[in-house]
Design a protein around this ligand. Structure first.
Ligand code: FES
Ligand code: FES
Length: 196
């Protein structure tokens, strides 16, 4: 393996040993070495967002991230969003609201949106538009994409607004990895408990 180094990557909760060169980008390794082809190659230069993955919960462009940089960090690709065999609510919402047509850009939008909603559970439409401004779609005109993201944020708020303390605990366990974030639920639970 001249010029290659054996490293361990942690992706979607599994570890992979993979031989990489110092100049291999994460996108190539994910797609070509590990066959996780849900992550798409669009522009290959950081302008379309199609290649978005999460590294330690934050959205990153895998075409601009060296594979070696990702060693020791938790990587999540679109394949890792499914939980207990169920699609992530964002995946369902994109389908239900017509947020994907050819689908090429969809995973990039979903990964961007999930990282955003985990940090901003009560976003305005302007904030959603700003959050996805680095992602490009040639098909949808963006309105349906924004509506899908808004729907998931609203759904999350409704579930948590109506839940009892016990249900919030259950929600925290059952939807962790789907709606996320456990931290968000913990804060709401503490706030609710302080009012009792
Ligand atoms: S392929 Fe990475 S931003 Fe376009
Ligand atoms: S759905 Fe076709 S490029 Fe976005």
């Amino acid at each position: 393996m001249p010029n290659k180094k054996l490293v361990t990557l942690s992706i979607n909760g599994s570890t992979y040993e993979v031989a990489v060169r110092s100049y291999d980008v994460l996108l190539d390794v994910i797609r070509e070495n590990l066959n996780l082809t849900g992550t798409k190659r669009g522009c290959d230069m950081g302008t379309c967002g199609c290649c978005t993955v999460h590294i330690d919960g934050r959205a990153r462009l895998s075409c601009l991230t060296m594979a070696l940089e990702a060693v020791g960090h938790e990587i999540t690709t679109i394949e890792g969003l499914k939980c207990n065999g169920l699609l992530h609510p964002l995946q369902r919402a994109f389908t239900e609201h017509g947020g994907s047509q050819c689908g090429f850009c969809t995973q990039g939008f979903i990964m961007t949106a999930k990282a955003f909603l985990d940090m901003h559970p009560h976003p305005s439409r302007d904030e959603i538009e700003e959050a996805i401004s680095g992602n490009m779609c040639r098909c949808t005109g963006y309105i349906k994409i924004v509506e899908a993201i808004e729907a998931v944020a609203r759904q999350k708020r409704e579930i948590m607004a109506e839940a009892s303390l016990a249900e919030l605990d259950a929600i925290g366990e059952s939807i962790e990895g789907q709606f996320d974030s456990a931290e968000d639920i913990r804060q709401i639970r503490e706030e609710r408990a302080s009012r009792l």
